[in-house]
Write a protein that binds this ligand. Sequence first.
Ligand SMILES: [Mn+2]
Length: 467
Amino acid sequence: MEMGLDSDVRRAADLISDADSVTIISHIDADGISTEAILSQVLTREGMPVESVFVRQLEPMAMRHVPKDGSLKLFTDLGAGQQGLLEEHGLSADEVLILDHHVSQPCETPYPQVNCLDHGITRMSTAGLAYLVAKAIDPTGTDLAKLAVIGNVGDMMAREHCGLVGPAREIVQDGVEYGNIIVHERDLNCYGTSTRPIHVCLAYCDDPYIDGITNNTNAALRFLDRLGIPLKNSRGGWLVWEELPFEDKRKIISALAQQLIAHGRETDRLLAETYIFPDEPERTPLRNASEYATLLNACGRWAKPRVGSCICHGDRGDAYREAEHMLAHHRTIIRDLLQYILENGVTELSHLQYIHTGDRFPDTIVGIGAGMALSKLNWKKPMMVLAAMVDEPEVTKVSMRTNEWALGQGVDLAQALVEASAAVGGAGGGHKIAAGAFIPRDTEEEFVDGVNRILKRQFASADPDDS
Ligand SMILES: [Mn+2]
């Protein structure tokens, strides 16, 4: 398996090195942006002319951004599932290279491709592949491992095992040796450890769900107070988790473990391996992989992937300020969305819950709202949000989220949405835990029922004893 990946990577590196110029066509999320930044940096260092194009998804309208010129078209974090479209666009096999980790579509034209799935790798995203290819082109560019870690973490590759594994984990080691990554092997599995006050950080933690703390900042604060841990610095500002002395961290973690046990919950997801970037300023979202990835996602979701790319290239001036602004905006809108879902309530079917948010929120963020709402609603039922698309009134965007528990019960949202959307003339895809679809607006009801039926089948298939 590994041998196959190595030779695919080598072949990709050779194809790129032999090109006269390269156009990178990449996805707008954290994985796509970090991928673009890895490849454009390694190629610029090699003196190769390189242009970049970002697209929200590779669909017929987006193809007009793909230039018809002599450059090698490098499709990254997309392309595998849209090879028919590349063909329709008249692209030949010798001007295309695909780096992807999504399911491939069968195609007449033998486009060269490096795909994690071809090698049984499901816990590494495109940024990991991009880094391996970059390293094959320039073995000294191990500073770029950091961007690969951001892309992998952004694509939730560290989620299932509370840390990166396999080839994605090997990449971490390059960054450690280079000196721009510090690994904390048994850190708190919480988001916001570099920027949020500790009680806020804990209250936002829902994986694991900590009874009496999750979703309750005041209770989290009381919990920490009882432990007698100083939570403020000498100037009266809140400390963040990263700044706490080791002993205090240990004390909090063991108290949290006791809290979980007292409520009959597992403690296995309390700790995770985290990736800190010592070359970035403290108390900023650049300081660790998951917050950095969120910053990039915010750029992509607000249609500024280039701003994210500039940050990955080291811009800490205008681009960084703009991204910080987008992140703040992003959080406000997501908060509003979550509030809307909770206030208006969801419709519960036997195996899912859903809400239609109309055109109140950008369709690019409703999936995040679905994920956040899940822990506050019935977490056993996968959550679906339907949203109108402002620029395409005949189409409804569907986002679904579930959790590790449901995956253990046999749920596969990507499969459910692919099947149900195809049945109504739409298209779907994604991952088991998070997936999306576009469907004709007038099929919404039929579609929701279809997904519910498929989920019922999936739940039933995994554990026949548990009825
Ligand atoms: Mn990806």
